[in-house]
Structure formats: structure tokens, C-alpha cells
Design a protein around this ligand. Sequence first.
Ligand code: SF4
Length: 384
Amino acid sequence: MELERTFDNLSEILQDLSFGSVRRWKEEHPGSKAVAFFPVYAPVEIIHAAGMLPVGLAGAGDKLDIQHADSRFGSFICSIVKTTMEMGMTNHLDAFDGFLFSSICDSARNLCFVFKRNFPQMYVDFLHLPHNSASPASVDFLDAEYRRIIGELERLGGKRINDAALRNSIDLYNLQRKLVRRLYQFRADSPHLLRAWESYLLTRAGNFLPVEEHIATLEGVLSLLKDRPGKRRDSIRVVVEGSFCEQPPLDVIRMLEAAGCDIVEDDFALAQRWFHGDVPSTGDPVRALAESYVRDAVYSSVRHDFAHPRWEGLADKIRNTHAEAVIMLIAKFCEPAYFDYVLFKKKIEEMGLPHLLLEFEEKLFTFDRLRTEVETFVESLVFD
Ligand code: SF4
């Protein structure tokens, strides 16, 4: 019962386009700022160490009609870019004092500068993440970029960000990521006790909640899960890949599970488990964050690491979770995901696994076509 109540609360928070949880935090912390970041990754530790609330934007789902944003973008642009713009133009983002974008794709890059032009009173910044992890200059480059962002946030917040505060923030986010990793491990081991839509809510909540609150929520849920009753289902173990930025509607995830998939791994809300291990919290904390980004980040379609190709990352996920199939769940018009589909498909076929390609939009009102495709896919595997 307590678990169900937690999932209901999180679902409400995620659907609240007025960002009530952010407004409440600001009331409880008078004078403090909230800074939103566009997916996929942002150095939340730096924002937190500035005494600000970092919040991951994830579009408006199906809750907002596009009436203004179309005038700022062409037609073939993913939903998250348009609904984020629409939220800005309809005052839904008023709770925020700043916005941080990064170099994940051309659409996100353009959104940053469209924001700057449309909201000149706001702090809007573009974080240049290194494109070549193999280059010896990457850590220095990112270190310098993080120090520039620190200077900007100090100006915005009117206070210095010191190393002790940064180390404290690093420790907190290390703990958060550790708990999310534990949650994923639990789900991979016991998908009948923790459904993917539940773990999705818990993970994505980390984009909204203060990290301290998210940690308490994760600890509470993990302690209850081990005693949760449940019977193993006769399902196919599936890895879902491709939703690293725009997030699929919750009902799509429920539909996949109802159709007979045990989703044992995915790349939803990737920022919540961006590093393989802990970011060191001794020594120079800015350097540690930059080094972890370059050397210890998980694979994704928007981060290039030639020494560790991302198709090998996907292959590891498949092996580690003993998955029997892969579902490529890709946001419509998401170029990075479609480019990688070719590479991932080759690897999946090499491993002898079946896969299914599905496309989603934030505003999907009926899932009939998707449901039929998934049910046919699952049946073909069960009766193979
Ligand atoms: S969903 Fe894809 S195309 Fe759209 S902003 Fe994200 S990475 Fe870029």
C-alpha cells in the first residue's frame, strides 16, 4: 500500500506542468534559485553546490497543445524540443531562474539559442561537452568549461561555490546514483517484484525532487521491495534502448509489460545513473567531475567514446541481464537515436537476438498499432 501511494505521488509530480514541487522548494528556501537542464546530462553537483535546485526538463508529455512553438521550429523536430519551447512561451517555466543546455544534438543546440532570444531576461547557458573522449585535451577542456559555468552560477546566485560544498554535493549524487543502480539490479533480478513503469517513475523523479528527498524515497522503496509479494510471469526478458532523451509516455511502458515483456534494462532518465562508479570526492572536485565525464560515463548516443563503442555497451547490458530480445524505442525525429539504430541493429543481429523498432511521440493517445506490433513480436518469440 505504501509503495502504491509512493508511485501515485511520483506520477502526480511528473505530470505537474506547473512544477509545484519546484515552487514549494523555493518557498521553503527563500531567495534560492532553480536551474533547469535539458536532457541528457548536466553537472547537477555544481548547481546543487551553488545552493540551487537542479531540475531535469523532460517536455510536457501529452499535457500541452502546441500553439506557439511551431512558429519557432520547423516541422521535423522531436516533441521534447517543441513542448519545452511551448512551456516557456506559456509561462509554465516561470519557477526557473536559469536554463542549461548542452551539445547533445542540433535540435537541442538550436533550442538553447531560441530560448536565449525569446527569454532575454533569463540566464540561459550552453554547456560545451567534449566530443572526443580519446583526446588528452578533453578533461582540461571540460574542467575549464565547468569553471566557466561555476562563475556564471556564482553571479546568478550571488554567492561563491566552494570545494567543500562541491564535495558534499558529489557525495550526495554518488549515493543517489548508487541507489538507482541498486534499483535497476533489483528489477533485473526480480522483474515480477518491480515493474519497469514503477522503476521509471522512481528514477525520473530524480529529475524533479531535491536530491536529499530522492535519496530518502529510493531508500524507502528499496527497503519495502524485498518483502513485496509477487509471482514470476512467463514473459520475455527485454532490453529497451533509444529513449535516452525524450521520455516515452508512461502508458507505453505499461503497454510493453502488459504485452508480455519483462523490461530488465533500459536507458530512460539516463542522467540518474550517468556514471559507472562514484565520482571521487577527494582532491579537486571540478577536475573529478570532468574526469568522470570523460572516463567513467555510461554509453549513450549523444556521447562519443571511440575506445568504448556504444554498441559494446548495449551488448554488455544484454549479456548482464540475460535479455532475450531488444526493443528499440525511439522518439520520432530523434536523429542521434536513428543514426545509432543502424549500429545497434548490427550488433544485436550479430548476437543472434531478435529486435523490434518502435517509434513514439509524447502525444500518443492510442497505442493500438504499437500494441499489435509488440504482441505479435512477443508471440513470435514465445511460440518459436
Ligand atoms: S529527443 Fe533526440 S533529437 Fe530531440 S532533443 Fe533529444 S537527442 Fe535531440
